[in-house]
Design a protein around this ligand. Structure first.
Ligand SMILES: *Cc1c(COP(=O)(O)O)cnc(C)c1O
Length: 229
């Protein structure tokens, strides 16, 4: 199936149940992105700032770009003028930096807190307690140019469906608690980003309303191993 066919199929699957489809175009050329765009796709995700800036310059300006990978504070300035959402906020420092550059551009930048739910040794994402601590802090409450729209999580890369299900469920329950405790009056706290190509169906069953799909749309990516050779 072509990229356009994949988009059409996935959009009809997700639109009907009010789940947003983020096309993860990392490592893919602008031609591939244009094919998806011409099939009606507008939300795209990248994890590398330099690639993102280059693509944004070349592509139609009604694309909404999401950052999905770990973001270094010193790179925020490059994306602040145009980024639609930063899904991978994992510290107050990063949030303060986003706020600073958003203010310079007279914008409010939408963000998700990335929550660590996997049973894996990765460095990124906030623990449940850390997220609560961040939201309670005076430093956070002073920020006027960022808006927390919800939470993002990545499940363990495993064949164990029950484990994936439990991790997504845990994040869904936490999302409800956070909404109740911190965003009860804010309708804009409404995004639960869970699910990639391998596990998006489980994620949707567990309450996701934003799935991030790369290989299902664009085909598999060249791995680092191959790139280096
Ligand atoms: C690469 C990536 C995806 C998409 O992965 P696929 O398995 O190709 O769908 C989704 N989310 C994040 C955070 C990613 O880094």
């Amino acid at each position: 199936m072509s990229i356009a066919d994949n988009i059409k199929m996935l959009k009809s699957e997700t639109d009907s149940i009010k789940v947003s489809l983020l096309a993860v175009s990392k490592t893919k050329p602008v031609e591939d992105i244009m094919e998806a765009y011409n099939a009606g796709q507008r939300l795209f995700g990248e994890n590398n700032v330099q690639d993102l800036v280059e693509k944004q310059e070349q592509l139609p300006k009604d694309i909404e770009w999401h950052v999905i990978g770990h973001l270094q504070t010193n790179k925020v300035k490059y994306i602040a003028p145009f980024v639609a959402m930063i899904e991978s906020v994992d510290s107050i420092k990063l949030l303060q930096e986003i706020n600073k550059h958003a203010l310079k551009h007279n914008r409010v930048i939408d963000c998700l807190l990335q929550i660590y739910i996997a049973d894996e040794d990765t460095k990124y994402g906030l623990g449940f307690d850390e997220a609560i601590e961040l939201l309670r802090s005076d430093e956070f409450n002073a920020l006027k140019n960022v808006r927390i729209r919800g939470l993002m999580g990545i499940a363990t890369n495993t064949e164990n469906v029950k484990q994936i299900k439990d991790e997504f469920n845990e994040l869904h329950v936490f999302f409800g608690g956070i909404k109740q405790s911190f965003f009860r009056k804010e309708d804009s706290f409404d995004v639960l980003s869970m699910g990639m190509s391998a596990d998006y169906k489980i994620a949707i069953e567990q309450g996701s309303n934003l799935v991030r799909l790369g290989s299902t749309i664009f085909g598999s990516r060249v791995t680092k191993h191959w790139k280096n050779n």
